[in-house]
Design a binder for this molecule. Structure first.
Ligand SMILES: [Ca+2]
Ligand SMILES: [Ca+2]
Ligand SMILES: [Ca+2]
Ligand SMILES: [Ca+2]
Length: 439
């Protein structure tokens, strides 16, 4: 065996060490019997050369422990071989030179590549935004890196609740977008991870909510008194809806949910209304209200003060009373009041948002001339931050911010009133987009 082969073979894994050692120390033709070690050595050259010192040392220790003479010899040989490697290469014949070239190539130091620092920023949706289950949610972000161009980066969107939402490549400006309608209901911590070509990652995250509509209240069967409580002239109509007054003069009533509390924050509420059929041009109107009180007892104390006529069964402040209450109302007003006791912004029928029990302050309103047709119409109310959007049969009436407004939640209910003029005042199919409590 040539010195080179011996050296290479000696660097093999421990199980072959003894055999190889003997072949190297006995330069006879018998050494050729060790040839099977060569193909293994050739195949494992890269590993063997780089790991050789460890393997040799480990084997030397292991074999020394065995107390065998042969083992001691081989350990010594391995140690000498490792130490003498440089010297042997220097004076080696041509086949040794080939091996030396490979060894040099293998130990060539790695080129130090400068590492970039990536950055990830979620730009949409806003933190704490709430979405309706099944509707598309549009995510957007910016992915950049101190070295790599944005299109060289990888962007990955994930939800802590639903896992991977999608991967994409940023455009030249670093913009990454993803739209999905697959988010499950509940709170999600959305994360954008940006990875640069070196595998270094940056992340940004924010919480959003995906909410499901509550089961609609159909009011098709007699009300459960533990949930819906009736006050004044209101009643449940066997036709399958709530009636606030009946078609008679001088009535006012209320029906309230005393079992559930609408959470504060963004909310969507949908219900159906029908009014009309009355005398003297029809009046006065009705309202959906959410009153922010801590208990049903407090709620009832407020409701007990609510006025009739132009106060629509919910007015307790302004021209209608002196109560201080935090409340949100959407009124459907079908009679023009002018200082009796409050004043309307238009002689026409209107739908308006009022606050805190004051029917005289119309924060947002729109004329709805044909509303007294005693047909069913759908009203939706969407609160997003200080903005309130109201639609009537899918037509937007208004979508504006109310200064300093914050939906505070509370107990939800309905009121209505008649006076000299009358009308039916019906509510049905209440749906509330369940508020996900989003941090
Ligand atoms: Ca119904
Ligand atoms: Ca009217
Ligand atoms: Ca009015
Ligand atoms: Ca009004």
């Amino acid at each position: 065996m040539t010195p080179t082969l011996c050296r290479v073979a000696t660097r093999l894994a421990g199980f072959a060490l003894l055999l190889v050692s003997m072949a190297c120390t006995e330069p006879t033709t018998g050494g050729l019997d060790a040839a099977p070690a060569i193909p293994i050595g050739a195949g494992g050259l890269d590993t063997a050369t780089s790991d050789a010192p460890d393997v040799a040392a480990g084997d030397a220790a292991a074999l020394a422990d065995s107390n065998s003479d042969a083992a001691a010899d081989s350990a010594a040989t391995a140690g000498v071989d490792g130490a003498a490697a440089e010297a042997s290469d220097a004076s080696a014949p041509s086949d040794a030179a080939d091996a030396a070239v490979e060894v040099v190539a293998d130990v060539k130091p790695e080129v130090v590549v400068p590492k970039g620092v990536p950055s990830a920023t979620i730009t949409a949706p806003t933190k704490g935004a709430v979405f309706e289950l099944g509707k598309p949610v549009e995510f957007a972000g910016i992915a950049t890196d101190t070295l790599a161009a944005s299109p060289q980066l990888q962007a990955l969107w994930t939800s802590d609740k639903d896992g991977v939402l999608g991967a994409s490549t940023p455009d030249a400006q670093g913009v990454v977008k993803l739209t999905t309608n697959k988010l499950s209901a509940g709170q999600h911590l959305i994360q954008l991870e940006v990875k640069n070509p070196q595998g270094i990652a940056a992340t940004d995250a924010r919480t959003i909510g995906v909410c499901a509509w509550s089961a609609p209240e159909s009011f098709d069967t007699k009300l459960d008194g533990a949930k819906w409580k009736i006050y004044g002239d209101a009643y449940w109509d066997p036709g399958g809806w709530l009636e606030m007054t009946g078609n008679a003069q001088g009535k006012f009533g209320k029906i309230w949910n005393i079992a559930e509390y609408v959470q504060p924050g963004d909310v969507q509420i949908s219900f159906k209304i029908a009014t009309g059929g009355g005398i003297n041009g029809g009046a006065d109107g009705f309202a959906m209200s959410v009153i922010d009180v801590k208990s049903v007892a407090e709620l009832e104390a407020v409701l007990a003060k609510a006025g009739d006529g132009g106060c629509l069964g919910y007015g307790v402040s302004g021209a209608c009373g002196k109560e201080k209450v935090s409340a949100f109302h959407v009124e459907i007003d079908t009679f023009k009041n002018a200082g009796d006791p409050n004043t309307d912004p238009t002689p026409e029928n209107h739908i308006a948002v009022t606050l805190d029990g004051d029917p005289g302050k119309h924060w947002l309103w729109k004329e709805t001339p044909g509303i007294e047709d005693l047909k069913w119409h759908t009203v939706t109310v969407e609160v997003k931050g200080a903005k309130v959007r109201v639609t009537l049969d899918t037509v937007e009436l208004f979508n504006d911010a109310i200064p300093d407004f914050l939906f505070r939640g509370g107990y939800i209910g309905f009121t209505g009133s008649t006076g000299w003029a009358s009308n039916y005042h019906r509510f049905d199919e209440l749906k509330i987009l369940q508020q996900c409590v989003v941090k």
